[in-house]
Design a protein around this ligand. Sequence first.
Ligand code: HH2
Length: 267
Amino acid sequence: MPQPKVMGVLNVTPDSFSDGGTYLASSEALARALALVSQGADILDIGGESTRPGASPVPLDTELRRVIPLISAIRVRSGIPISIDTMKPEVAKAAILAGAGLWNDVTALQAPGAPDMAAALGCEVILMHMQGEPGTMQQAPAYDDVVGEVLGFLADRARVALEAGVKRERIWLDPGIGFGKTLAHNLALLAQLDRLVALGFPVLLGASRKRFIAELDPAGDTPEDRLGGSLAAVLAGADAGVAGVRVHDVAETVQALKVWQAIKTGR
Ligand code: HH2
């Protein structure tokens, strides 16, 4: 039973929904990154632009200034795989040159030139589904068949990446929990993750601390109060065979997955 890799989230932004504003100073961000490594993260996901519902776009130079020095500093101190969470090909390129190995793109390489850039960089790419764009995506999300449409979109984006020259084994898919989705949409996707896994690409699941948890449990009013719900989603993903989970609470996730693994394998 392969255990999902744990991707620790580190946002260097003033406005991310969970850790916004906390790690803007470079020394604090680096300390946080190294803490996530020591807690057992397998991958670090570094973001310099929030994609939370209602978020405003960030200029290129601001995003570069937030993430590139941090990636370089982490690279000097740790060999952990680093993922850059960006929609901009220019930021992805600078991040890969600074030592990142994965491009996490919530727009699934839809920016002009993005598929060619991913192929040229030779990095792994995470293709995520989003309906609409962050500024407005939660206003009225609508699907006829949410699971079928998300699968169809991701399969199509994987085809575009392959045609541009991205190697098959470097492509991850992500259903984009909370990105243009109601509670019912999120639950349908979580319940049918096995269908996404069956497409044959590694799947990343990012449900950590998201708002749907508060809709199910009002006690999860603030992101920090959503640990239990986040772990439940991680375990649902593990059961479905996802290859990675993107989380804020790394130590707790690592422990949950150790227990899950022991139950599955009997040791
Ligand atoms: N979720 C967020 C950001 N990036 N990338 C992938 N592949 N999958 C996700 O589910 C995902 C993601 C939103 O979470 P967070 O980074 O904590 O917040 P913000 O976008 O406000 O920075």
